[in-house]
Design a protein around this ligand. Structure first.
Ligand SMILES: [Zn+2]
Length: 93
């Protein structure tokens, strides 16, 4: 399922670049989250550890999340996307 334009990332206010399905753990059911490119790359190792399937904004499986950068959008330009991604730095330590 493609990611809709109105969808917001779960990690920060950026545009989501991927949909991740977190496997069930303990009492928690499987959970679907949307991550921006920045946080997807930051979480890539952990997601791989969990075996969480990752899908890009077209709904296609992502095999190398650490290589996902800001999604290319027809209306966007590189400078604007770079700024958006810079704004996406984690705020917690
Ligand atoms: Zn983010």
């Amino acid at each position: 399922m493609p990611i809709g334009a109105a969808t917001r990332a779960c990690c920060c206010p950026s545009q989501p670049a991927a949909r991740v399905v977190l496997p069930p753990s303990g009492d928690r059911d499987a959970q679907e989250i949307f991550l921006c490119a920045h946080h997807l790359r930051a979480s890539a190792a952990r997601l791989r550890q969990l075996g969480a399937p990752i899908y890009d904004e077209r709904g296609l499986p992502v095999t190398a999340p650490e290589k996902i950068f800001v999604a290319v959008r027809p209306r966007g330009n590189a400078d604007h996307d770079a700024q958006k991604e810079a704004a996406c730095a984690p705020t917690t330590s």
